[in-house]
Structure formats: C-alpha cells, structure tokens
Design a protein around this ligand. Structure first.
Ligand SMILES: C[S@@+](CC[C@H](N)C(=O)[O-])C[C@H]1O[C@@H](n2cnc3c(N)ncnc32)[C@H](O)[C@@H]1O
Length: 201
C-alpha cells in the first residue's frame, strides 16, 4: 500500500517516537515542553512562535483559541498570562494533541483544554475574544486562507486575531487576505524573518 509522506500536519503520525523535553522562558513564563518527531518544531520553540508570543495581547480576554497548537507552546503561555481566561488549543495531529495534554498537565495549566480536529470543526459554535495562530503554511494557501476567514467568523465583536508568517513565505499575502475579513489589520511584530499581524473585528 502507498503511504502519503508524513508532514507535521499529518493527522496520525507513524514516525518513530523519540520524545525530548526542553525548557524555555517566553514573556516571562517558564515552560517545560515535551516534543516529538511528527510534530512541528521538535526540541525548541519555533522563532515564528516566539514572535507571535512577543506581539500578542491577551489582556481582558475571557476565551482564547490556539489554532494549530502543535505541542501547545503558544496556548500554554497564553493561559499563564491570562489566568482568568479559558484557553482552547486545537490541532489536526493526534500526536500533537497527546503532547499538548501532557504539557498542560506537567505545566500545571488548569484553565485550558485541548481538542483534536480539522480547522474549526472541534470548536464549531464557539466564539473567542482572541485567536492565535502560527498557521500550517506548508499545507497550502487554501488551508490558511480558510482558517483566516473562519477566524473572523469565530471572534466576538472587538475580538483580536493574531497570525505569524515568514516574510519569505508570503506573510504580506496573508495580511492582504486578512484585510478581506477584518476591518482593521496592522503589523504588530517583526523579527527573525517573520511578521506578526493583528486583525480586529
Ligand atoms: C506551524 S505549526 C504551529 C504549531 C504550534 N502552534 C507552535 O507554535 O509550535 C501549525 C500546526 O497546525 C496544525 N494543522 C495543520 N493543518 C491543520 C488543520 N487543518 N486544522 C488544525 N490544525 C492544523 C499542524 O498539525 C501544526 O501543529
């Protein structure tokens, strides 16, 4: 039987499990994170995720979504910075969801939950004050454009959407797409070859 090549967004990775844990301090929050093969950015925080975390504003949010959470670094730091908020982390990749579950527990995060599924399917009918994403660029523009459109539809009035992308991987084209769905779009971060955009409803 032919097998599809495995990507970090493969729903059921079969690559060898070799978990590694690392420690990082992001926005003043120290986290210890289990990572593995078959999940994005094994063994270190992705520089794009660092830029996203540096630029995001979770002040006053009651409900936060980390869309495409990987092993959970963005949502876990958001949950620590906004202890009164409830954070939902989602990913299509079962191994990512398993690691996130483990990382929520080992970092003593009690105001968050993880759900598996494609795009907004695991949070259908839910709305959020802040949506954070380091999107799966390699899955293609059609996937990322759909996530942008659906994010606008899943925000409260005055809600905020944050997206990070590599400048050389079409960040500006994502900002342009965001402008089709959000009345206000601004670049709020830049560094290490990435740009962070904020869309406000
Ligand atoms: C660039 S990675 C970012 C991971 C994590 N947020 C981080 O910062 O390390 C994008 C994530 O989106 C997930 N993903 C890809 N396609 C998806 C989809 N259709 N629905 C939900 N998640 C998806 C991938 O499995 C991957 O974990």
């Amino acid at each position: 039987m032919d097998r599809q090549p495995e990507h970090y967004y493969t729903p059921e990775p079969v690559s060898l499990r070799q978990p590694v844990i690392y420690t990082d301090t992001l926005r003043g929050v120290t986290v210890r994170l289990w990572t593995d093969h078959g999940v994005f950015s094994r063994g270190h925080t992705d520089p794009g995720s660092e830029e996203l975390l540096a630029a995001m504003d979770v002040t006053g949010a009651a409900r936060i979504l980390d869309l495409g959470c990987g092993y959970g670094v963005v949502g876990i730091v958001a949950a620590k910075l906004a202890p009164v908020a409830h954070v939902v982390l989602t990913d299509i990749n079962a191994r990512a969801v398993e690691l996130t579950q483990q990382n929520l527990a080992s970092n003593d995060v009690r105001n968050a939950e993880v759900r598996q599924g494609d795009g907004f399917q695991p949070v259908a009918g839910d709305i959020f004050d802040v949506i954070l994403t380091n999107p799966p660029i390699r899955a293609g523009n059609a996937v990322v454009f759909a996530l942008i459109a659906e994010s606008a539809a899943h925000l409260t009035p005055g809600g905020r959407f944050y997206l990070v992308a590599r400048t050389k991987q079409g960040a500006k084209s994502f900002a342009k797409e965001m402008a089709r769905h959000f009345p206000h779009v601004a670049q709020v971060g830049q560094g290490s070859g990435y740009r962070v955009y904020e869309g406000k409803t």
